[in-house]
Structure formats: C-alpha cells, structure tokens
Design a protein around this ligand. Structure first.
Ligand SMILES: Nc1nc2c(c(=O)[nH]1)N[C@H]1C(S)=C(S)[C@@H](COP(=O)(O)OP(=O)(O)OC[C@H]3O[C@@H](n4cnc5c(=O)[nH]c(N)nc54)[C@H](O)[C@@H]3O)O[C@H]1N2
Ligand SMILES: Nc1nc2c(c(=O)[nH]1)N[C@H]1C(S)=C(S)[C@@H](COP(=O)(O)OP(=O)(O)OC[C@H]3O[C@@H](n4cnc5c(=O)[nH]c(N)nc54)[C@H](O)[C@@H]3O)O[C@H]1N2
Ligand SMILES: [Mo]
Length: 749
C-alpha cells in the first residue's frame, strides 16, 4: 500500500488519519483534512462509538497552528548577532553542513571526541524514529561523543520501581479504575497533564459509578475540581511523612494484610520498625506527621483506615513529586502502602510507582535504528564499570554527567571536577536551556561553548545560542509508529499528510547528509516509508497484536482487544513461584539489600521521610519564604506549542498565590509580580487563589526564557528559579525550590 492509498478523495479534500508523537502521556488519534497539500482542519477520533473514542486534547486540536506557525523554521540559519540575541541569517543546507562538518573534524582533532556533547530530550519521543538515535548513530560512527545520565522526567520513579519491583511497568489499563471503590490521587492531575488519552474519562466514569476520590496535593487541581470528594492539601516534599503515619495507623490497628506481606514481600519488618519508632526512637504517628506535612492528624488517621478497609483501592501516585530532592522516596512510600493493603496485582487496585506504563501499549524505548555498537568515548573510559542491575547512581555517573548539571560541566569542565571539557554541543529534540534547573547559568554555559548546533522546528530559547540552527519537519510531514504511554492498549500510526514545509528535513536525513560530508561511508541510509513497515514487522510487541498492517496504517490506530483491563503484576500475584518479581529476592522489596549496600543515609533501604535543602526547615526560608512547585502545563507539552495563541488563551501564564501570601505582599490578581531567589528573577502575572495553600506558589513549566537587558526573565520560565541539582536516587530536583514574590522589583545582582 502506498501513501496515496491512505488518502481518499472526497470533494478534493483528503483525509489522513494519524497520531501525534508529543512527549506527553496522551496519544491522540487525529483526522487531518488536507486540501491542495495543506491541512485545513483537524478532527479527533470518530472510528468507534462515542463511548470508546479517544478524545483529542486541546493541544492536538490546535496542532495546525503549530505546523503553520509564522515563526516555524523554514531554512537553515546562521547566527549573526551575539549568542542569545536571536539574530540569524538564512544559509543553504550545503553551507550549513559544510561548516558543521569542518568544525566537528577540528574539535575531534584538537580535543578528542569526548568534547562533542550530545544531549537527548523529549521532542518526538513517542515515535519509533526517535530523532536523537540518528545523531547517536552519527557520532558513534564518528568516533564517539559524551552525553548525560538521569532521565530529567522520571528518574525518581524509575529508581523506585526498579528498587521495589524490578520493573517500571506498574500501570493498569485506565478502565480498571471502574473496578476501584476508592481512588487516591496522590499528586496526580490527569485533567491537566495528559496521562493517557482515556485517563480522565475513565476517572470520571469511576467516580460516577460510585468510587470515592480523594486528592492529596498542595493545590486544588483541575482534576480535583471535577472529581475530588475530598481535597487534602499538603506541604510539598513531605508526602512520605504522611505515608509513614498512615502505615503507623494501619499497623497499630492491625489493618494490614499480613498474609500478602508474608507471601509477596521482603523487609516489611524493617519498615515497621521505622514507623513504630523502634528504629530511631521516633514513632511516626499522625501527630508527628501533622507537624511536618500540615495535614491534621485526624485526617491522616481517617484516610489510613479508609484506605486499609476499602477494597480494592487505587492509590495513584505520579512522577512530579518524585522530581525533587527527596526523589524516589515518595514512590517507594506509595508502593509500600499498596503492598500493606494487598492492592498490588489486583483489579481495581494500583501497584503505585508513578510510571503507569503498561507493557503492551508502551513499547518502551525500542528504537528500530540501533547505533552501530557502543559509544567509543564511554567504552574506552578508564572509570567505566558494569552497572547492570545496580541502583547506585554514582556508578552511572562515572562516564556521564548528571542531566541536571550538564551545563555546569560545560562551564567548569575537568578543572571543576567534571568528566570532560566540552567544546561542541549538538542539541536536538530538547529545549534544555529552558527545561533544566538554573536557566541563567545554563545560558552562561551555552555562551561558553565553542560551537553549537540546534535542530528544531522553532528558534527556541536554547536555539538562540546556537551557531547554526537546522529546521526539522513536523509530525504532519512524517510517517512513523507511535506509542501511547499508559493508556489503551492501542498502537498509533503517524501518516505523512503534507510535504515538508520550506526546506525542513527529517532528522534521519540530516544525520545522513552530515555523515556524507564527514566521509562516513558505512553510515546506513533508511527510507522512512519502508522502515516504518519493517519496524512493525520486526517489533514482536506490535506484530503480536496488530494483525492487519494496512488497516492499522489507514486508521492511524490499532486498538488491542482485551478481555479485561491490564493489571500490573497480576501474574506475580496469581502464581509467584512461576512468575517471581524481577528483584534479587523475587519478591517486592520493601527493604532493599542492593540499596543498603550503597550505604548512603540519604538513600535508605526502606522508604523514609527525609528533610532536604530548600524545604521549610532550611534557614534559607527566612529570605525566600515560599516553596515553588512547577507542574506541567495543560496547554503545552513543556515548552512545545508555546507560540500557539489559541493555547495561550486556554490558560494564561500566571503565578498561583494564596490570598494570605498575596495580602502580605500587597499583591492582587492581574498584578505583574517578580518571583525571585539567588538564581534569578522572573516577571509574571499573579493569580490570587484559595486553590493553593499558603506558603506555596505554582508556576507551570515551559514558557520560554526571555531575559531583558537587566537580566530579568520576562518570559516567566520557572527554571530561571530552580536549582541545578539531583537527588541521591538520580531524580532531577526541579520541584524543590524556595523563592520570594514581590510587587516591587528586587535588586538585580
Ligand atoms: N498537557 C501536558 N501533559 C503532559 C506533559 C505536558 O507537558 N503537558 N508532560 C508529560 C510528561 S513528560 C510527564 S513526565 C508527565 C508529568 O507528570 P507529573 O510530573 O506527575 O506532573 P506534574 O504536573 O509535575 O505534577 C503533578 C501534580 O503534583 C502536584 N504536586 C507538586 N508537588 C507535590 C508534592 O510535593 N506532593 C504532592 N502530593 N503533590 C505535589 C502538582 O500540584 C501537580 O498537580 O506529564 C505528561 N503529560
Ligand atoms: N521546573 C520544571 N522543569 C521541568 C519539569 C518540571 O516538572 N518542572 N519537567 C521535566 C520533564 S518531565 C521533562 S520530560 C523535560 C522536557 O524537556 P525538553 O525535552 O527539553 O522539553 P520540550 O519543551 O518538549 O522540548 C522538546 C523540543 O524538541 C523539539 N522537537 C519536537 N520534535 C522534534 C523533532 O522531530 N526533531 C527535532 N530535532 N526537534 C524536535 C520541540 O520543538 C522542542 O523545542 O522538562 C523537564 N523540566
Ligand atoms: Mo517528562
């Protein structure tokens, strides 16, 4: 079947069914109306009855505005002004690639391949031809490159699930919520951050069916507005104190499922010693927790009893609170409560762990085009050790810098104790200047680079620092297979609907053309259309389910028929002997020997509440009395779609601030305020609301860093304020941050 067969003629309008590949938890099936080679309209799923449709999100509905945005990059550009200023001139592909190739050869000769730095990122991550893989191939052929470790997104949750279950596939099919009697949203807000295209719909249905919904969140979230029967506000970063207190109540009142714990877990006794105070002489009572997390002791007690006695109950944790200085403890605490109540592997329960992946639909990072062997820079590094199965993040950091300090390495290099001196940066599929902690410092780092290339669809905040910017095609100009995160199960098929706009190219082509300039003859070439089908044929996971490729392609989606929703660890719970957990003990490890061996008090072998820097105990709180959280935006995917006016209207960029904090500072809704700390100053509109607790402000991540002459970020990028730091478990600590807010302009340092 050809591309054309997929497109039917009807009054000159052709319909192309497809799915997006954003780095967000949804995967919306879309129907493009194409006329004269242009997309004139976008519709959602209409292939099945209303009840079963996967309704497209606002971002996908507005996708035309992104594809045809006047600021979309059309040609290769060369920087003509100072770095960061944003002045570029058009050049030809040949000129651009010749210059880049010459620079690469020069850097390699002068400094070695380690000086070439290749970060990954979230752009187009949910498609199989993940563009960064092509640059990995390219630089591997070229003799190697340096990169980073630590998924900026989910490292806390990944570490926690590896520790406790030995697997990140902890999700249930979303329909399984209809089997729950109690659903606890512990930092989960699927009305805002897409967490499966069918997540909110099934949550609402479960609520209508009678499930009680309780939310534990410093703010009254959009999801709470729709379904929460009870909102329990909590101080950010203190969840594990409340979890330990719930465990304390459950143990003291003998409400735990001892038979489940005996059969499926190891180390519960150690955790019990901690919660009843035998370990450190401090009993983790609800009164103890109240002083830390501000949740009244009675509320904790009631919820503990309700959670332990309502069966089945789904505790839904997520990744956000784990993207913090205490990192994975939060997910470990949740998993432990789930085991104590026997909710793991059960219909209507939840294994917790924050990742929510289901293996059939997830197709976890299986890029078809694999690099030709290992990266020589790492392979030959004297400090390289085998890290298979290790939970010690420091071992992984022997050959790679941590993601959230990658810019520090650029500034400080070997002299500053980092691994490499970086000279050349290749940025594609990320806007990391904007998306990693301490953006002002990140900008200094990019100014210091000898040479930088950025491949993107827009001149992003990061791209403004590049020497050469290369234009990439959008999802409408490509074909691919796409993966939903936790929902379904279903598989997506992206279908090319229009020809590349301007001189945009697929990242595969860019890598191939540069390989030719570099004389890398062995670099394999791929034809997009052919590889997509081959990809389907060679991927057992999809092939097993998708029997009719032509229909899959034509529909842009293949729904997998299942008798009942997927339940994580069902096999383990039904027959542990033949299906052990993938941990060393074969059981759920509430106490982890592997973690104990690391011997770091800030990385305990059982889940614990830990104090951190920039929490309310930090003396810095006197100067910066507000905790800042930075949830994901409902109208963007991080910084993607930032330009789209329709989406800006949905949710204007504002700082949520409680009336008590606002009044203290003379702030009213609509005021332009300054939010600041020692790392930077942003200006942003205030929104005074009771939907956030006093002492906490919320600003959505992803608006673009736009410093003025004084250095005040007028774009209101949260990471101008966050810290370039990581947790002992490797999580990027982006949610741990103290700030001050004021109407007056603070002194600019
Ligand atoms: N629309 C949209 N959807 C997305 C994305 C997007 O950018 N836009 N990004 C996708 C990606 S890459 C990811 S990783 C996921 C992100 O999913 P998450 O990282 O889980 O989402 P966040 O929005 O950061 O946080 C979720 C909730 O936690 C609350 N919260 C913050 N701090 C605390 C705390 O200390 N304790 C508790 N109990 N709650 C807290 C916040 O108020 C928020 O409501 O979303 C995905 N979906
Ligand atoms: N303060 C704070 N910061 C955060 C978070 C937070 O919760 N709080 N969340 C973190 C999380 S979970 C994540 S995942 C990261 C995301 O961090 P990033 O991955 O840096 O975020 P995006 O804004 O999605 O950037 C993706 C870029 O890729 C480009 N792109 C898209 N498709 C393609 C393509 O096919 N080819 C090329 N070459 N480029 C393409 C897009 O235009 C966009 O500029 O942000 C993190 N940052
Ligand atoms: Mo993420």
């Amino acid at each position: 079947m050809t591309e054309q067969d997929n497109i039917q003629d009807k009054d000159e309008i052709k319909y192309v069914r497809t799915t997006s590949a954003f780095d967000c938890g949804g995967r919306c099936p879309l129907k493009f109306h194409v006329k004269d080679g242009k997309i004139i309209r976008v519709e959602g799923d209409d292939l099945v009855d209303e009840e079963n449709q996967l309704r497209a999100c606002p971002k996908c509905r507005a996708i035309r505005q992104e594809i045809y945005h006047p600021e979309r990059l059309l040609y290769p550009l060369k920087r003509v002004g100072p770095k960061g200023e944003g002045k570029f001139k058009r050049i030809s592909w040949d000129e651009a690639l010749d210059e880049i190739a010459a620079k690469l050869i020069e850097v390699k000769e002068k400094y070695g391949n380690e000086a070439i730095f290749l970060p990954t990122g979230g752009g187009f991550l949910s498609a199989y031809h993940f563009p960064v893989v092509n640059y990995i191939r390219l630089f591997t052929h070229f003799g190697g490159f340096s990169t980073h470790h630590g998924n900026v997104s989910s490292e806390g949750a990944v570490w926690a699930t590896q520790t406790q279950y030995g697997s990140p596939f902890v999700g249930h099919g979303r329909e399984d919520m209809l089997n729950s009697k109690l659903i606890i949203l512990w930092g989960w807000d699927p009305a805002r951050m897409n967490s499966g295209t069918d997540a909110l719909y099934n949550l609402v249905k479960a609520h209508e069916k009678g499930a009680k919904v309780v939310s534990i969140n410093p703010r009254y979230s959009d999801t709470d507005v729709i379904v929460a029967d009870q909102w329990i506000p909590i101080i950010p970063g203190t969840d594990v104190a409340m979890m330990a207190a719930m465990a304390n109540v459950i143990v003291k009142e003998n409400l735990h499922n001892q038979a489940f714990l005996d059969k499926y877990t190891v180390g519960f006794d150690k955790f019990k010693e901690y919660v009843i105070g035998q370990e450190d002489g401090v009993e983790k009572t609800p009164e103890w927790a109240e002083k830390i997390c501000s949740v009244p002791a009675e509320t904790i007690r009631d919820l503990a009893r309700e959670y332990a006695t309502t069966k089945p109950a789904a505790l839904m944790d997520c990744q956000g609170p784990a993207r913090s200085a205490m990192g994975g403890q939060y997910n470990r605490g949740a998993m432990t409560l789930s085991a104590m109540t026997g909710n793991v592997g059960r219909k209507g329960g939840a294994a917790c762990g924050g990742l929510m992946g289901i293996p059939t639909a997830h197709m976890f990072f299986g890029p078809f085009i694999v690099p030709p062997g290992r990266n020589p820079v790492e392979e030959n590094h004297p400090n390289r050790v085998s890290v298979r199965g290790s939970l010690d993040v420091e071992l992984r950091l022997r050959t790679r810098v941590h993601t959230n300090v990658m810019f520090d390495q650029i500034i400080e290099g070997k002299e500053g104790g980092y691994l490499y001196d970086i000279k050349f940066g290749w940025f594609a599929c990320n806007n990391f200047l904007n998306q990693l902690g301490n953006t002002n410092r990140n900008a200094e780092a990019l100014k210091k680079l000898d040479y930088m290339v950025c491949v993107d669809l827009f001149i992003t905040a990061t791209a403004r620092y590049a020497d050469i910017v290369l234009p990439a095609t959008s999802m409408a100009e490509r074909s691919d297979l796409t993966r939903p995160w936790p929902s379904g199960p279903y598989f997506g098929h992206m279908n090319k609907a229009i020809e590349p706009i301007g001189e945009c190219k697929h990242d595969i082509t860019i890598a191939e053309e540069l390989a030719a300039k570099l004389g890398l003859e062995k670099f394999r070439h791929y034809e997009e259309d052919k590889t997509v089908k081959k990809l389907w044929r060679n991927t057992v996971d999809i092939k097993k389910h998708v029997k009719d490729y032509n229909k899959y392609k034509e529909d842009g989606i293949w729904r997998v028929e299942t008798d009942e929703p997927y339940v994580a660890f069902k096999k383990q719970i039904e027959d542990l002997e033949n299906n052990p957990f993938k941990t060393p003990s074969g059981k759920i490890e509430i106490f982890s020997e592997r973690v104990a061996k690391i011997n770091n008090p800030n990385l305990p072998p059982i889940p614990k509440y830990l104090k951190t820097w920039e929490d309310r105990n930090d003396p810095l709180i006197k100067k910066y009395p507000l905790q800042m959280i930075s949830p994901h935006p409902k109208n963007r995917v991080h910084s993607e779609l930032y330009h789209v006016e329709w989406l800006k209207e949905i949710d204007p960029h504002r700082c949520w601030i409680n009336s008590i904090d606002a009044e203290l500072r003379g702030i009213k809704s609509g005021d332009l305020i300054y939010v600041h700390n020692d790392r930077g100053i942003i200006s942003i509109e205030a929104w005074v609301t009771e939907r956030i607790i006093p002492g906490v402000i919320a600003i959505h991540e992803g608006t673009w860093y736009t410093p003025d002459e004084e250095g005040i970020d007028r774009g209101g990028c949260v990471n101008t304020l966050t810290k370039n730091a990581y947790a002992p478990c490797g999580a990027a600590a982006l949610k741990t941050c103290l700030v001050q807010a004021s109407k007056e302009k603070p002194e600019v340092k």
